[in-house]
Write a protein that binds this ligand. Structure first.
Ligand code: NAD
Length: 392
């Protein structure tokens, strides 16, 4: 099969197995070239392991620390006639590379929110890993079925209190226009917290604790974004921000449990905005990210998922040095994004940008290149005209 990108709205419905493998390999090479601390996790569970920040966490664990990794993902398998989703190919490539290094790497394609996923993970840990010393919670999901009640909750991306009108980029048509988002109802806020809040993270940690598969000194982390004025009305101060606040609540509860029983710790880590399948679905973010990339690349401080996560693991979570914590106890990894000078430059671009000057003022080109790379497209050295077997 010859696989080309097919974009529908903010998603690419095809993925290239060879390109996805190249994407994973480049991240592995990056990690291998860094200086990892001498001691790090040995048995890592990554919930949401196949794309974006979760994939980078798994790569950093395996190729930075030589850890065994177990991943949970929700991906489309390939058929003879249809390619798999990118996360499926990323995961196959990661498993192959880890196994070549003699590392255990297993992945479960299950709904992480279900009890079945927790049971399957615990069985796999007991059979193959012993005890887990790092749990990464990195889900980006639009809905969640509550395993206790069977109710399905959907998240919404809406402001709270009043409607918000913001400049917005349609990444498909390249048009800069405006988007108006109506305020969320109480029910929509509640539902978004149910999906993207901390409840499921807590359920995972309770299940792992009850099963006796957490190691002494275990660490866990979940990822969040906060942002500043430009994105606040649609992110930090909106439904998704409420869900992220609930992660802070959950982290305190988990931390207490881990500290008492395992001398363990729980942290919410605040990461920078960048192109992933999840962020491209959030209104306003593609334009903000295109402007931000322009400014941060010019300043030489641009980072992708793998740079952020190696920084988090090597310089923060597993470093001897003091952590870069805020007053809520979160680890801050996005200082460079939030610097006043950077935000001012992004805001100036924001003021002026329109459909005509989009490429001149922003790095939409870089945004798009990165977007296509998420699906395995646009890598030099990959022959996209070649016939490839979609079933890997
Ligand atoms: P992503 O879309 O790249 O990856 C999401 C992962 O979740 C995938 O591995 C997917 O398979 C998995 N997943 C989704 N639903 C699942 C389910 N029901 N069961 C099992 N697995 C499931 O997302 P991302 O951007 O890397 O986001 C990960 C986390 O990082 C999120 O909490 C997000 O809010 C946070 N974050 C993202 C950004 C950003 O700019 N992208 C910035 C800061 C924090």
């Amino acid at each position: 099969m010859i696989i080309k990108p097919k974009v529908r709205g903010f998603i690419c419905t095809t993925a290239h197995p060879v390109g996805c493998a190249e994407n994973v390999q480049q991240q592995i090479d990056y990690v291998a070239a860094q200086n990892a601390p001498s001691s790090g996790p040995k048995n890592v569970l990554v919930i949401g392991c196949s794309n974006g920040y979760g994939l980078a966490s798994r790569i950093t664990s395996a190729f930075g620390f030589g850890a065994n990794t177990l991943g949970v993902m929700f991906e489309k398998e390939p058929t003879e006639r249809r390619p798999a989703s990118a996360g499926w190919y990323n995961t196959r490539a990661l498993e192959k590379a880890a196994q070549e290094k003699g590392l255990y790497a297993q992945s479960l394609n299950v709904d992480a929110f279900s009890d079945e996923a927790k049971t399957a993970v615990i069985e796999a840990v007991k059979a193959n890993m012993g005890k887990i010393d790092l749990v990464v919670y990195s889900l980006g999901a639009p809905r969640r079925k509550d395993p206790e009640t069977g109710t399905v909750y959907s998240s919404t991306l809406k402001p709270i209190g009043k409607a918000v009108t913001r400049k917005n980029l349609n990444t498909d048509t390249r048009e800069v226009g405006e988007v108006t988002l109506e305020p969320a109802t109480e029910e929509e806020i509640f539902n978004t917290v149910k999906v993207m809040g901390g409840e499921d993270w807590e359920r995972w940690m309770t299940a792992l604790d009850d099963a006796g598969v957490l190691a002494d000194g275990v660490k866990t982390t979940a990822y969040t974004y906060i942002g500043k004025e430009l994105t606040w009305p649609i992110y930090g101060g909106a439904t998704i921000g409420k869900a992220k606040e609930d992660l802070d609540r959950a982290s305190v509860a988990i931390n207490k449990k881990l500290a008492d029983k395992y001398q363990g710790v729980s942290y919410v880590a605040v990461l920078k905005a960048l192109v992933t399948q999840s962020s491209s679905a959030i209104p306003v973010m593609p334009l903000y990210i295109s402007a931000l990339y322009r400014v941060m690349k010019e300043e030489g401080t641009h980072e992708g998922c793998i740079e952020q996560i190696t920084g988090l693991f090597f310089d923060q979570l597993f470093s001897e040095n003091a952590l870069n914590l805020d007053d809520t106890g979160r680890i801050r990894m996005e200082d460079n994004e939030l610097k006043a000078s950077v935000q001012e430059k992004v805001a100036a671009i924001w003021e002026q940008v329109n459909t005509e000057n989009l490429d001149e003022l922003t790095d939409f080109k870089g945004y798009q290149e990165e977007f296509f790379k998420l699906f395995g497209f646009g890598f030099e050295g990959v022959d996209y005209d070649a016939d490839v077997d979609p079933v890997v």
